[in-house]
Design a protein around this ligand. Structure first.
Ligand code: PGA
Length: 253
């Protein structure tokens, strides 16, 4: 059965010590909860992955994801982290193409496509982020931008089953301005149709499409009521245990 996914993207926040404290606290608060319709994922900074993997090997309620990866197996790439390094410590998901990587670090669709393929090759699940900037939305180019990103980032990708797509309108990230559930839903429907035309209808039906951009305890329930929103990628509100817990505990339809 397809499960929804509630993912926290901590970005460049929390030391290893703070990460351990957070996860131990979250596990304690999740003790009496047993969700069978949703997965919980945390994507901490690289330095926290290993200590958290030790804790999460014992408590399997929370899955572990990375925020980035390099597109080569190994070698002279100072400062980069390989897919094998992530795989060995139990990382299941890797975010690729986050708008901060695109806009601050200049990542192109071509590089994102290479990273995504490597993540699949190593048996992990890429979370591919797509989304338009404010001026692109205002010029009515939202669908065109998202279609181009999908076409380029999924170029020559045959196995789409393990790919998660996150629709993150850039104007909604960290700004407090979230897309309305209807604005998000219409792009999610567009993404699912695009996948359905390019791959199989069944694959599109089972595809997990996340919404990201100022998701908070106050708006999670209305977002999760939309038919094509299969979860969320949460930045700021995933840094506090109680607000993340409330998001995990959303009331869907
Ligand atoms: P935000 O970030 O929830 O702080 O807007 C979301 C993201 O960038 O994944």
């Amino acid at each position: 059965m397809k499960k929804n996914l509630i993912a926290g993207n901590w970005k460049m926040n929390k030391t290893p010590g703070e990460s351990i404290e957070f996860v131990e606290n979250l596990i304690e608060k999740l003790k009496d909860k047993d969700y069978d319709d949703r997965d919980i994922l945390i994507c901490p900074p690289f330095t926290s992955l290993f200590p958290l993997s030790k804790i999460l090997q014992k408590d399997k309620k929370i899955k572990l994801g990375a925020q980035n990866v390099y597109c080569e197996d190994k070698g002279a790439f100072t400062g980069e982290i390989s897919p094998e390094m992530l795989k060995e410590i139990g990382v299941e998901y890797v975010i690729v193409g986050h708008s901060e990587r695109r806009n601050i670090f200049g990542e192109t669709d071509e590089l994102i496509n290479k990273k995504l393929k490597k993540v699949i090759e190593y048996g992990m699940k890429p979370i591919l982020c797509v989304g338009e900037k404010l001026e692109e939305r205002e010029e009515g180019k939202t669908f065109e931008v998202v279609r181009n990103q999908l076409e380029n980032c999924l170029k020559d990708v045959k196995e789409i089953e393990n790919v998660v797509i996150a629709y993150e309108p850039v104007w909604a990230i960290g700004t407090g301005k979230n897309a309305t559930p209807q604005q998000a839903e219409e792009v999610h429907v567009f993404i699912r149709e695009w996948i359905s035309n390019k791959y199989l209808q069944d694959v599109a039906k089972n595809l997990i499409i996340l919404y990201g951009g100022s998701v908070k305890p106050e708006n999670i329930d209305s977002l999760m009521k939309e038919k094509d929103i299969d979860g969320v990628l949460v930045g700021g509100a995933s840094l506090n245990v109680d607000s993340f817990l409330r998001i995990i505990d959303y009331k869907g339809e």
